[in-house]
Design a protein around this ligand. Sequence first.
Ligand code: KG4
Ligand code: ZN
Length: 358
Amino acid sequence: MKILAIETSCDETAMAIVEVKKDGKKVKFKILGSEISSQIAIHAPYGGVFPALAKREHIKNLPIVFEKVLKQAKLKIEKINHIAVTTGPGLEPALWTGIVFAKELALKYDIPIIPVNHMEGHVFSIFPKKGKAFTVDLNQKIFPMLSLLVSGGHTELILVKDGMKYKKIGQTRDDASGEAFDKVARMLDLPYPGGPEISRLADIERENNISSDIILPRPMIHSKDYDFSFSGLKTAVLYLIRDLQKENPNVLEDINIKQKIAREFEDAVVEVLVYKTIKAIKEYKIKTLIVGGGVSANKYLQEMMLKKIKENKLKTKVHFPSRELTGDNALMIAIAGYFGIKNKKSRSPIKANGNLQL
Ligand code: KG4
Ligand code: ZN
């Protein structure tokens, strides 16, 4: 079976084509093509994704990415058996562009459409490793799974039971972790997207290993639930910068200060994410942990997660996506789409839902 996947939920126009073969309980995927057209440069001046612009760019990019992915796969559209398309969550005007494109193809070439939840895509993003082929083996031994999904729009802890049944056990009550990285980066005059920039400065500061008197809160770390909150942390950075500027209006020209703030901010975010994840692993006796979404590229988060799993003597297997699949891509949509067909999710409506839940 060949699946064409389309992803336009945010600021990446992405398409992928996979060939799927079932071998007992194992499912073998061959990547025939995968293309991503990023709009980062277009949104950078706004410090975040600008929905109307994203829509315009997707409409422009979709036919180009489509031609590219078919060429890469050396295929004609007639050979495609299913079209998987992201229907949410995300920016609705952006989601619609991918859905309309998928519907036009489906009508013209008589191909069934499978609606895919973007977050389920991030869960499946950990399976492709290096190379053009990979196997997904959803044997019972890997369950219960826990998924920490951290991106520009989401921060949630999802319990995944056998049969890929999802239950959200916690989420951010305000800003997403990636959003907090982006907003704090803007306060520090760093370019968008802020995550990689903050992380780079924080790493330099950690290497310098000089003690710092900058202290930021760890919001909700000891709350009884699995929820998060990053808006207060962002405001704490704002007040900190304001106080420092009262003493020296040019304080942000001092790269050492920026590094110190970046480090303490990253420490705070990572500490809360890791603490709550470990707590959930213990409570739900989790066998497999999946960390996905743009923020999962964060090296310090990866390091601390592995360190705390070891310190707590947990046997949980931990998976992060390969670097190029931490952000939005269509390959993860193709995999989730395949399992969607199996789980009869293909009967859900094919319409954009910005707040679609798992
Ligand atoms: O999953 P993604 O590509 O798009 C969304 O669906 O939001 O995530 C993008 C987010 C941005 O907020 C970006 O700043 C953040 O992921 N990000 C990072 C890192 N790389 C990307 N945050 C922290 N550390 C990183 N290394
Ligand atoms: Zn995403």
